[in-house]
Design a protein around this ligand. Structure first.
Ligand SMILES: [Zn+2]
Length: 248
């Protein structure tokens, strides 16, 4: 999965507005960010194998440090702890959201990857292989990305020019990049694949940082919390509110 990973980042932002969107953008792709770096360092391995799945030509034959069931869990916990260290004021709940965002990557990868995600060390590999069904795989990416974005746009309002259209343009650009990844020519090498991925993730996070300044959380809708007039028709006078009732 590629752009669909951003669905959970928008959804997390919608319910936990204090977490910066760009942090959530990096969180949902953190395993792939590390994967790119590890491939460039020669720690994890990938080879270009056109046709290995219907839409993704990468043979991800060795990535136990980033895409293992337990290593992914470890990165998620570390990400939550790191977030809490830098932004204590947001509380552990926000840190938990960041950790969950990191782990959402593994779960969504599990749906689309061929069996190349190791459960333990480099063994017992799993993956449901949705990448072999181009229409379904593309639909899932679109539904996740735009579904998440819808939740975010619904819970925030624009405060500057481009606050709404900017996100829609971003969504369209992501869609175009996804189409090239799925249906364009395969990357020229393993390093090219890693560098393109790393560049894309950093660029999208930077754009999220820029665009999120243009929106602010919506205030609570009038009526979403009980108004004093709705609670009690007769207005109690100040003295009866301030003083406790005398015991009989
Ligand atoms: Zn991945």
């Amino acid at each position: 999965m590629f752009i669909g990973h951003y669905g959970p980042s928008f959804a997390a932002k919608a319910v936990r507005q204090r977490i910066p969107l760009w942090v959530l953008f990096l969180a949902v792709q953190l395993l792939d960010v590390f994967w790119s770096i590890f491939v460039l360092l020669g720690i994890e391995k990938v080879r270009i194998a056109p046709g290995i799945t219907a839409v993704n030509p990468l043979d991800l034959y060795y990535m136990p440090y980033t895409h293992g069931l337990f290593t992914a869990m470890l990165w998620s916990i570390l990400a939550a702890v790191a977030y809490h260290a830098f932004r204590k004021q947001d509380g552990w709940l926000s840190a938990g959201f960041v950790g969950a965002a990191v782990y959402s990557h593994w779960i969504l990868d599990f749906v689309v990857h061929r069996p190349d995600l190791p459960l333990y060390n480099d063994r017992l590999k799993v993956g449901l292989g949705l990448w072999n069904y181009p229409v379904l795989a593309s639909a899932l990416e679109v539904v996740f990305l735009f579904g998440g974005m819808y939740l975010y746009l619904r819970t925030t309002k624009p405060v500057a020019r481009g606050g709404s259209s900017g996100f829609l343009v971003l969504g369209m650009v992501m869609l175009a990049v996804q189409a090239i990844v799925f249906f364009g020519p395969p990357p020229s090498s393993d390093r090219a694949a890693a560098m393109t991925a790393l560049f894309s993730y950093c660029l999208f996070a930077a754009i999220a940082f820029w665009l999120e300044q243009k929106r602010t959380p919506k205030a609570l809708r009038p009526g979403s919390i009980p108004q004093p007039a709705q609670v009690s028709v007769a207005k109690p006078d100040a003295s009866s509110r301030a003083l406790p009732r005398p015991l009989p």
